[in-house]
Design a binder for this molecule. Structure first.
Ligand code: MN3
Length: 201
C-alpha cells in the first residue's frame, strides 16, 4: 500500500481573500505531495509498515525502525497534518455545536479562546503547528515543532493551524499574526465538530 495525496474538497481559490489561490495550490501540489512522496520512499522495503495507517505510525513512532523513524515522523507527520487541515477549512461556516460549548466552558468564551490560540500560534518559534487538542477529557491548546502532531503525545487534534512560512508568506510575508487572524474566517466548524465527536469516542 502506498500513501496518496488527497483531493482538496474545494477549489484553490475557495478561501479567497483569506488564503490566496496561489498559496493553496503550491501548498497542496508541492508541499503536501512532497511529504507523501518522501513518506512512501521511507517505507520502501518495509512491507509491515506499509500496511499501517499514517495515524498508527505516528501514534507509536517507537515501533518504527530507528533508521527511518525521523523520515516517518517528518514526512508522515506532514502528510497527516495537511490531510487533517484541508477539510477543516471552509468559508462561511458558523461557530456552534458541541465543540463551541466545550470551548466556551473551557476558555471562557470564543474571544478568549481566539486570543489564547492566536498567541500560541504567533509565539511558536520557527516552523510548526498550533492545535486545539482533546487530552484527558479536556480541551487544550498545544503547539508542536516541525510536522509533529499531538497524537504522538497521546492527544487528539480537534483543530489546527499550519504556521510554516510556506502557508502564508506569499500573501502575508512576515506578518504571521495577520494570517492567524484570517484563519479564523475559514475554520470549518462542522468538520471541527466531527473531529471533536470522534475524539470523545
Ligand atoms: Mn504546510
Amino acid at each position: 500500500m502506498s500513501h496518496n495525496l488527497p483531493e482538496l474538497p474545494y477549489a484553490y481559490n475557495a478561501l479567497e481573500p483569506y488564503f490566496d489561490a496561489q498559496t493553496m495550490e503550491i501548498h497542496h501540489t508541492k508541499h503536501h505531495q512532497t511529504y507523501v512522496d518522501k513518506l512512501n520512499g521511507a517505507l520502501e522495503g518495509h512491507a509491515n509498515l506499509q500496511n499501517k495507517s499514517v495515524e498508527d505510525l505516528l501514534r507509536d513512532l517507537d515501533a518504527v525502525p530507528a533508521g527511518i523513524r525521523t523520515a516517518v515522523r517528518n514526512h508522515g507527520g506532514g502528510h497527516f497534518n495537511h490531510s487533517f487541515f484541508w477539510p477543516m477549512l471552509r468559508k462561511e461556516t458558523r461557530y456552534g455545536g458541541g465543540v463551541a460549548d466545550a470551548i466556551n466552558s473551557t476558555f471562557g468564551g470564543f474571544d478568549k479562546f481566539k486570543d489564547q490560540f492566536s498567541n500560541a500560534a504567533a509565539l511558536l518559534f520557527g516552523s510548526g503547528w498550533a492545535w486545539l487538542a482533546w487530552s484527558n477529557n479536556e480541551l487544550q491548546i498545544v503547539t508542536t515543532p516541525n510536522q509533529d502532531n499531538p497524537i504522538s503525545q497521546g492527544k487528539t487534534p480537534i483543530l489546527g493551524i499550519d504556521v510554516w512560512e510556506h502557508a502564508y508568506y506569499l500573501k502575508y510575508q512576515n506578518r504571521r499574526p495577520e494570517y492567524i487572524n484570517a484563519f479564523f474566517n475559514v475554520i470549518n466548524w462542522d468538520k471541527v465538530n466531527e473531529y471533536f465527536k470522534a475524539a470523545k469516542g
